[in-house]
Design a protein around this ligand. Structure first.
Ligand code: SF4
Ligand code: SF4
Length: 153
């Protein structure tokens, strides 16, 4: 399943409602429509099995930010009002206070995003090919070193 989030264009400035002129004022509260949990960065081919399992579920995707991997679960916050504003702004959790509109969801993904298992599989195939090439290089190097040691005797 592909999840599509649309970012409406920023409105023309008007002095009537200063909030409406801001990025958040033009947004539908994209950052309040999911939560994301950091997951292990794949280190070896078998690590992709869990990632593939995550991707078999509805309303999830995986994204990579600064080399950190996250499972993103689309589930709207119960405090997000129909006007796309927080209904309990004064008591919002710290994570909401820390989030800024700099390079936020409105601007689109900053790194790799896997919307479905096919995209993840394509990435995995390339990743595994590079991993195996690296393993082979390391094995060849170790073999050459061993050969040199033998010659010295
Ligand atoms: S911080 Fe970004 S994603 Fe969140 S409401 Fe503002 S513009 Fe939208
Ligand atoms: S508590 Fe408010 S700011 Fe935080 S995610 Fe929910 S709606 Fe958004």
């Amino acid at each position: 399943m592909t999840i599509t989030v649309q970012t409406p264009p920023l409105p023309a400035p008007s002095s009537a409602d200063p909030f409406a002129d801001t990025k958040c004022g033009a947004c539908i509260g994209l950052c309040c429509r999911y939560f994301a949990l950091e997951i292990d960065t794949p280190d070896e081919p078998s690590d992709f099995e869990n990632l593939r399992w995550y991707m078999l579920h509805e309303r999830v995707q995986i994204f990579v930010d600064d080399d950190d991997w996250y499972l993103q679960i689309y589930s709207k916050c119960t405090m997000l009002g129909d006007d796309h504003k927080c209904m309990d702004y004064e008591n919002r959790p710290q994570i909401c206070r820390d989030y800024t509109d700099e390079s936020c969801d409105y601007d689109g993904p900053q790194g790799e995003v896997f919307h479905n298992i096919a995209e993840l599989d394509a990435f995995r195939d390339k990743w595994v090919a590079e991993y195996e090439a690296g393993e082979k290089r390391r094995a060849d190097k170790a073999k050459r070193r061993k050969g040199k040691k033998k010659k010295r005797r």
